[in-house]
Design a binder for this molecule. Sequence first.
Ligand SMILES: Cc1cc2nc3c(=O)[nH]c(=O)nc-3n(C[C@H](O)[C@H](O)[C@H](O)COP(=O)(O)OP(=O)(O)OC[C@H]3O[C@@H](n4cnc5c(N)ncnc54)[C@H](O)[C@@H]3O)c2cc1C
Length: 267
Amino acid sequence: MQEIKCLDHGFVRLVDYMGNDFSITQAARTSYGDGTKSTTKDKALIRYLMRHRHTSPFEMVSFKFHCKMPIFVARQWIRHRTASLNEVSGRYSILPEEFYLPSREDINFQSDTNNQGRSEQAVSPEIIDYTLSKLENTYKECRKTYEDLIEKGIAREIARIALPLSQYTEWYWKMDLHNLLHFLALRLDKHSQKEIRVYAEAIRDLIKPIVPTTWEAFEDYVINAHTFSGPEVEILKMLIKDNRKNIPETVSNISNRELGEFKAFFN
Ligand SMILES: Cc1cc2nc3c(=O)[nH]c(=O)nc-3n(C[C@H](O)[C@H](O)[C@H](O)COP(=O)(O)OP(=O)(O)OC[C@H]3O[C@@H](n4cnc5c(N)ncnc54)[C@H](O)[C@@H]3O)c2cc1C
């Protein structure tokens, strides 16, 4: 079983999969009652399906993973509702003494511009030491309480509530390729938290060799593509038609923030 290590105690293992690029074209061709074609035509068909969001043939491929991650990552991950999954039971089992401790370079200040993100401003070694020692002490205290309650015969389902979000959990997680690509589009994006992005990168690396043509099309039409709004398309048309170089300072129906993002895209 292929495994990619993630964070300090986590991993993604590819347990099983069904199908490959061929399964997609094979299913797509039933739409037209057509048989198997050459590799070049298969590639063109996959690119056509991806470009036009003809998504159901991609559902013919599915992947099953065994993943281990901190609970705060699992909590973001579980928002992707089209998976089938089975998670370890903290009511049944004693949870392992494994907590996520960020590496030194992942300890950052709150960003001033992105309410959901980290600043790039350097953090002094003293503040990093302080953060790590606070986290480690908290984890030890939480674990002590958990073990103490279990020792006293308290139910595991109650004792576990003392454990922090950094506690590792694990699950089997199965998803078809269409939904998996949607998951990856969201979780490989730089707006996703780094700790879940690491898992998305591992999943990407595990599936890429199985569906190489689909992956290439996905990169071209989704990951590296950009969507323009209607008003933005109008600006682009105007710039090309009038052979103009500068984007106007204000445009109706586009907020200054959106116009700023549009300009930034071309810089
Ligand atoms: C960077 C980032 C920040 C986020 N921040 C927050 C946050 O602050 N708070 C928060 O609560 N969530 C947050 N989320 C989670 C986000 O809102 C989505 O719940 C999550 O990304 C799953 O996306 P999804 O619903 O498209 O995927 P899935 O659940 O996998 O669903 C796939 C598709 O199926 C369809 N679908 C599934 N279920 C339904 C349904 N019940 N009704 C209609 N259509 C359905 C939709 O078309 C959906 O796109 C964040 C996600 C990201 C990537």
